[in-house]
Structure formats: structure tokens, C-alpha cells
Design a protein around this ligand. Structure first.
Ligand SMILES: *[C@@H]1O[C@H](CO)[C@@H](O)[C@H](O)[C@H]1NC(C)=O
Ligand SMILES: *[C@@H]1O[C@H](CO)[C@@H](O)[C@H](O)[C@H]1NC(C)=O
Ligand SMILES: *[C@@H]1O[C@H](CO)[C@@H](O)[C@H](O)[C@H]1NC(C)=O
Ligand SMILES: *[C@@H]1O[C@H](CO)[C@@H](O)[C@H](O)[C@H]1NC(C)=O
Length: 182
């Protein structure tokens, strides 16, 4: 004889169903996964399709070597190849600010928001110092969501091309992360 489900067991089933759909209870802390991402970041300041805009500027921005005190908001495309017309894989959304009085040293605080393949909808959070005139810059990956839950790692940026008139730049990024196996 089949037992009649009680109100309590129906409640438990609903709870398990909700938890299963949300997926918060079924991820594992290990084994860890390692992911290496490679893409190009397009910082477009000029023209009708600018993706980075100056939102604040202090009085010292044009009197210090570091252009100290300027804040830019970006929604910059991330593409597979160096050309803007190559496949779009996500966007870099956030802020960078000239945080050094001595040289062009940026504070980068942004999310990479991925829109392709298994990474679709996932993010990585970046917080770092970006000395844009050096050949190689390293920034921290401080967290992640979705595919990249519990992420930690670092991003290495190298300028791929730069237009010194407009300030537009293409930066090649290699991002190395260790994250949970969800
Ligand atoms: C700006 O974007 C529009 C729409 O994608 C495109 O048609 C146009 O060519 C772009 N302009 C420039 C200067 O890139
Ligand atoms: C700095 O910029 C301000 C406005 O943003 C301008 O009034 C001033 O002349 C500039 N100073 C120099 C040294 O370029
Ligand atoms: C990414 O996810 C969004 C929302 O679920 C969906 O609309 C879109 O088609 C997906 N894109 C790819 C390339 O899978
Ligand atoms: C560099 O930027 C200037 C100003 O926006 C533009 O006129 C010029 O065509 C750009 N050069 C290249 C090589 O894209």
C-alpha cells in the first residue's frame, strides 16, 4: 500500500526542488578546477561608439605625472582576437581610476561578464593595479560567480595596440583562475 505523502514531506520535497534549481547546495569545494582564459579588451574612448567614458575628474588630473584623480566607467567588449570584429565573448564592466601621482597607475575594479559557451552568464571580479605604460601588468582575480564560483587568480595584461591620439587601446589578457567544481 502506497503511503500518502504528508504535508511535511511535500514541504521537504518542495524545499529540495527549490534548492536543486538554485544549485547552491550541490556544488563541491573540490576538486578544484583550473581555467586559463585568453581574450582582447577594447578600451574605446573616442567616437560615437565609445565604451569608456570619463565620469569624474579632480583638479590634479592634468598637473601630475600620473594624471591623478580621473575616473572612467567602462562597458568594454572582450573579443577572441585582437580585432573588434572578431567573436565577442563578454564585456569588462566597471571602473578604472588614475590612482598614482607619479605615473599612469590605474586602480582597476570591474567584472568580466562572459556571454559565450559554458561561461555564459558567469563573472570574474578584478581588483588590481594597472601600470599601463609597462609591458606586462598583473591584477588580482578576487572572486567569481556561476562557472567561476570561489575563483582566485590573476590576470596578465599586455597592450596589443594603442592610438595615442584618441587614447583607444586594445589589451591582450591572459587570466589564470582556480575555482570550485560546481
Ligand atoms: C558604430 O556602431 C554602429 C552600429 O554598430 C556602426 O554601424 C558604426 O559603423 C560604428 N561607428 C564607428 C565609428 O565605429
Ligand atoms: C587642467 O584642466 C583644467 C580643466 O579641466 C583647465 O582649466 C586647466 O587649464 C588645465 N591645466 C593645465 C596645466 O593644462
Ligand atoms: C547566454 O545565456 C542567455 C540567458 O540565459 C541566453 O539568452 C543566450 O542565448 C546565451 N548565449 C549563448 C551564446 O549561449
Ligand atoms: C586614432 O584616433 C584618431 C582620433 O579619434 C583617429 O582620427 C584615427 O583614425 C585613429 N587612428 C587609427 C590608426 O585608428
Amino acid at each position: 500500500m502506497a503511503s500518502v505523502p504528508t504535508v511535511a514531506s511535500i514541504g521537504l520535497c518542495l524545499f529540495l526542488l527549490v534548492a536543486g534549481v538554485a544549485g547552491e547546495d550541490d556544488f563541491n569545494f573540490g576538486p578544484e578546477r583550473k581555467t586559463h582564459l585568453h581574450f582582447f579588451f577594447h578600451d574605446i574612448l573616442a567616437g560615437p561608439n565609445a565604451t569608456a567614458v570619463v565620469i569624474a575628474q579632480g583638479p590634479t588630473w592634468n598637473t601630475t605625472a600620473g594624471r591623478f584623480g580621473q575616473i572612467v566607467m567602462m562597458d568594454n567588449p572582450l573579443t577572441e582576437g585582437p580585432s573588434l570584429s572578431s567573436k565577442l565573448i563578454g564585456r569588462a564592466q566597471g571602473l578604472y581610476a588614475t590612482a598614482s601621482q607619479e605615473e599612469l597607475g590605474l586602480l582597476m575594479t570591474l567584472n568580466y561578464y562572459f556571454t559565450e559557451g559554458v561561461y555564459n552568464g558567469s563573472t570574474l571580479a578584478i581588483l588590481g593595479r594597472n601600470n599601463i605604460l609597462s609591458e606586462r601588468r598583473e591584477m588580482s582575480v578576487v572572486g567569481g560567480t556561476g562557472y567561476f564560483r570561489l575563483a582566485q587568480g590573476f590576470a596578465v595584461g599586455k597592450t596589443s595596440s594603442m592610438n595615442f591620439t584618441s587614447g583607444d587601446a586594445v589589451v591582450e589578457y591572459d587570466v589564470y583562475v582556480v575555482h570550485g567544481d560546481r
